[in-house]
Design a protein around this ligand. Structure first.
Ligand code: URA
Length: 433
């Protein structure tokens, strides 16, 4: 088999066999195929696409390029969730203890933030002492004992994806649905869970800007997962405004705690409850996802899963006293408040720009090795559709001077107060096949 023949086959729209896809991935990972040929191959895929069998073969080949985590010695059904990345997305921080309280097992490997989207691992590191690197045995033991663990993704997971993603980044081949779907699923399948819920964000602050694209991506990821014998559901959730009110690492931990206390923002509470409902149904804890949803909502409302959050923090070496007084998470910065210039309703919020503004303050990375300020960020006091009076606080910036001027300018240009009271649809679609 020669790579040049496979590039040619894909260039003319041919369908690659499993063997051919395995050949490409194996030989690119071990260095036999050089970057210039892989770049041509990726561009051919970009233009000609891949069907669901090819995408599945690609995901499985990338999964098998590294460690496939074996979670068999954790009792019960192991569940996982994945978000395609949004602004203010602190779902995992609430969902992990919630799922543990309700009796499923969440063994979660999460990422760090890049660009305008945050990462769960950075958020957890705003809790002093919280350890995001656990040996596999300890990770599994913790899930067995307390029902959840959240760690950074091991470097050995899907190394082929890592190498290909870096190449896609510099060859304008990131925004290809089969390449995105197989990239995400290779890592999810390598992480070892039996059931996965995919939260595909759609809207201004998301990777997928239109509903059509988001549906196509979701369908493909669900098909890949099911072909790999996993239970998979995808939900499409709106990212036309940030999720909840707070953006920034420690601020998002604060809001997650508020939600676990039963006082969280409606949209965050809803997304967490919907995802948990599907996970509980997959795990057999509830008969249906609706029943699981109601269970999740009731648990949050009554604050019953908050002790499980403290248990998670303690198990991973975090300072429980620090989070028990949650104001500690807000007390490390100065504040600057942007107020409304007129009466009306909040009509639009540019979630992407809010994410960028938080990044400029130091909450996110422009480059992979940028150092974060874990305590800066934004608090958006209004949601789309809320009434606003002139002089009301719209956004509080938690800052340490860095990037303040740029962030104020960007935020001031990134929301609209008008006469229309809009309502957003939060859960746009549920995809099960
Ligand atoms: N996230 C991934 O892991 N892979 C992609 O290709 C895009 C987003």
């Amino acid at each position: 088999m020669e790579i040049v023949d496979l590039i040619n086959k894909k260039k003319y729209g041919g369908v690659l066999t499993n063997e051919e896809i395995n050949f490409v991935i194996e030989n690119y990972t071990n260095g036999n195929i050089p970057d210039y040929q892989m770049s041509a191959f990726l561009m051919a895929v970009y233009f000609q696409g891949m069907n669901s069998d090819e995408s599945t073969a690609l995901a499985l080949a990338m999964r098998d390029s590294g460690e496939v985590v074996d979670l068999h010695d954790i009792h019960g059904v192991k569940v996982d969730k994945h978000s395609t990345g949004g602004v203010g997305d602190k779902v995992t921080l609430v969902l992990a203890p919630l799922v543990a309280y309700l009796g499923a097992k969440l063994a979660k490997m999460s990422g760090r933030g890049l660009g305008h989207t945050g990462g769960t691992i950075d958020k957890l590191e705003s809790i002093p002492g919280f350890n995001v690197v656990l040996p596999l045995d300890q990770f599994k033991q913790q899930v067995n004992e307390i029902g959840c663990a959240v760690v950074g993704q091991s470097g050995d997971i899907a190394p082929a994806d890592k190498k290909i993603y870096a190449l896609r980044d510099v060859t304008a081949t990131v925004d290809s649905i089969p390449l995105i779907a197989s990239s995400i699923m290779s890592k999810k399948l390598a992480s070892g869970a039996d059931a996965i819920v995919l939260d595909v964000k759609v809207g201004s602050g998301a990777f997928m800007k239109t509903k059509e694209e988001a549906i196509e991506l979701s369908r493909l990821m669900v098909q890949i997962g099911q072909k790999a014998n996993k239970k998979v559901t995808a939900i499409l959730t709106s990212m036309d405004e940030p999720l909840g009110h707070k953006i920034g690492n420690s601020l998002e931990v604060y809001e997650a705690i508020e939600t676990l206390e039963g006082n969280g923002p409606e949209d965050l509470t809803e997304v967490v409850s919907v995802i948990t409902g599907h996970l509980l149904a997959h795990a057999g804890v509830s008969k249906t996802s609706e029943e699981g949803y109601l269970l999740a909502k009731d648990t949050l409302k009554k604050g019953k899963a908050l002790p499980n959050f403290y248990q998670l923090v303690e198990a991973q070496g975090g300072d429980v006293d620090f989070v028990k007084d949650k104001n500690n998470l807000l007390g490390h910065t100065k504040q600057f408040v942007i107020t409304a210039e007129k009466d009306g309703y909040l009509e639009t919020v540019d979630a992407l720009n809010f994410g960028i503004a938080a990044m400029k303050l130091g909450a996110g990375r422009m480059k992979k090795d940028d150092k974060l300020d874990l305590y800066v960020g934004l608090d958006l006091h209004k949601k789309i559709g809320d009434e606003v009076k002139k002089g009301d606080a719209i956004v509080t910036l938690y800052h340490n001077e860095k990037g303040l001027k740029d962030a104020i300018k960007l935020i001031s240009e990134s929301y609209v107060i008008g006469n229309t009271k809009r309502t957003l649809k939060l859960i746009e679609e549920t995809i099960t096949e």
